[in-house]
Design a binder for this molecule. Structure first.
Ligand SMILES: *Cc1c(COP(=O)(O)O)cnc(C)c1O
Length: 481
């Protein structure tokens, strides 16, 4: 398998998986995509179902990912899948079990990993792949990131103890939930460096951008990232759509629909990839909160990014985004992989005007009919209502992000836009967002056994001013020892 950029300058030649693994954007500013989607047929799906049932998730992960990774020996890839998706990491060999909420609607549990959010599903595999490729090339990597909570902790727990990798994570001082702070700052390891920056999340991101723009510094200190545009992360997420289809479909040909809480369009894009491979998926429901950039696109054809001032701070904070960094990948497929058209939309129009429009085009109709997308959004009041309703009906607590997806799924079911079986993706455990759960049902979310002592751990964190130079100095002193 080779990978090409969504913008595809003619000078750019196709690359292998390990060549793009550590790269961020393609040199032309686009995102890497496989040159084609390997196709699966009924026979293969039946074989995968058997493998999943008999050997578990790690074995299925190997089957799916090896279709896209042909420059790592099979035995090595299999061993990495086994380590990433171990029972120890995710609490069961199934890794992503499914439970029924109501007739035909079920919940796919993706938050049983080390940090109680679905980002672990991809990040645990990324940790394995990074360590492997760095060791092969004798390189080191200093991951620099900014987080408002979930991504940072997931990256730290994935990279912890991996040879040749350090993580510098900028967090907005005092602005994460108590659980998130305890989880990250509780890590006391020389290769994990938490920074509490005197600022908000956007400031943290700006500092990362400023440092990444310094090419000499970046090169000298081997600065890298684990952001949501990484193809390997998306690929790892394709696996759970297959696992969910196996568990929900019942019969080999039965189609399953998914409702997905969406921020950067990573999670739902993985569903689009699975569907494009021939996994029998009917609808993919894009569920947003009040930050409805994507819902607006699917409703009107206008993709209009927001400024940070226009981005609402909501009770499903991991979906508070102003632009969806993976959306370009879907548009690439939507316009028939016409790279010149992608450049026109994302560089000429979006770059210049902050928006582009496909209103009234065949492409917009295709997004719904051919590609199966539906969308909707929800509010704080909807989230409280959803958390309450699901708790009353099924005694299951769902987190505010999952609640967004549940609400939009139910709207679609009632409106007849989608049929059973329908799977709602759970993206975090309620314990991470306890305040909203208490507001909804007056009950503190249960703290899973494995997090029982997380709040008691010590705190290891460096306080720094909102200044790229201060962060650079920290990196220099740590790397140079
Ligand atoms: C990251 C995140 C999302 C959004 O996922 P995308 O892949 O960015 O669309 C939703 N819910 C939670 C809890 C998250 O951490």
């Amino acid at each position: 398998m080779r990978y090409i950029s969504t913008r595809g300058l003619p000078t750019d030649s196709p690359r292998t998986f390990t060549e793009i693994l550590l790269a961020g954007l393609a040199p032309d500013g686009g995102l890497y995509m496989p040159v084609e989607y390997p196709q699966v047929d009924e026979e293969m799906l039946a074989r995968w179902a058997k493998i999943f049932r008999e050997e578990g998730y790690a074995a299925l992960a190997f089957e799916v990912m090896s279709l896209y990774i042909d420059d790592i020996p099979a035995d090595d890839l299999r061993a990495m899948c086994d380590r990433a998706y171990s029972e120890a990491n995710f609490g069961s060999v199934k890794v992503a079990p499914l439970t029924q909420l109501s007739d035909g609607v079920s919940l796919l549990h993706l938050s049983n990993g080390p940090t109680a959010a679905f980002k672990d599903m991809a990040m645990q595999m990324l940790g394995q792949l990074f360590e492997y490729v760095l060791a092969k090339t004798g390189r080191e990597l200093n991951i620099l990131g900014a987080t408002s909570g979930d991504t940072g902790s997931s990256a730290e727990y994935a990279m912890l103890g991996k040879a040749g990798i350090r993580v510098f994570m900028l967090t907005p001082a005092g602005r994460m939930t108590p659980f998130q702070q305890a989880q990250m700052y509780g890590l006391d390891d020389p290769s994990i460096i938490n920074v509490a920056l005197d600022g908000v999340f956007d400031d943290c991101q700006d500092v990362v951008k400023a440092i990444s723009a310094d090419a000499d510094f970046k090169e000298r200190y081997s600065i890298g990232a684990v952001n949501s545009i990484n193809w390997a992360r998306l690929l790892a997420q394709v696996v759970y759509y297959v696992a969910a289809w196996i568990q929900a479909s019942g019969t080999p040909r039965n189609k399953v629909s998914f409702s997905v809480p969406t921020g950067n369009f990573g999670d739902v894009l993985a569903g689009h990839v699975a569907r494009s491979m021939g996994v029998p998926i009917d609808k993919l429901i894009v569920a947003t909160n009040e930050n409805n950039v994507l819902d607006e696109f699917f409703r009107t054809g206008v993709y209009r990014v927001r400024s940070s001032e226009q981005t609402f701070k909501t009770s499903s904070p991991s979906m508070d985004i102003s632009k969806a960094s993976n959306f370009e990948r879907f548009v690439f497929d939507l316009v028939g992989r016409d790279q010149a058209r992608v450049r026109e939309l994302f560089v000429d129009e979006l770059g210049a005007n902050g928006e582009f429009s496909l209103a009234g085009t065949r492409e917009l109709r295709d997004a719904k009919s051919r590609f199966g997308f539906l969308s909707g959004s929800s509010t704080h009041a909807d989230r409280l209502d959803s958390i309450r309703t699901v708790y009353r009906q099924s005694r299951v607590m769902i987190d505010p992000h999952t609640a967004d997806a549940w609400k939009v799924a139910l709207d679609a079911l009632r409106g007849g836009a989608v049929e059973h079986p329908l799977v709602v993706l759970e993206t975090a455990l309620p314990v991470k967002f306890a305040e909203t759960i208490v507001e909804a049902i007056g009950v503190e979310p249960e703290v899973p056994e494995r997090f029982a002592s997380v709040m008691d751990a010590g705190r290891t964190v460096v306080d720094l001013p909102n200044d790229p130079e201060a962060v650079k100095n920290l990196i220099r002193s740590v790397v140079e020892g």
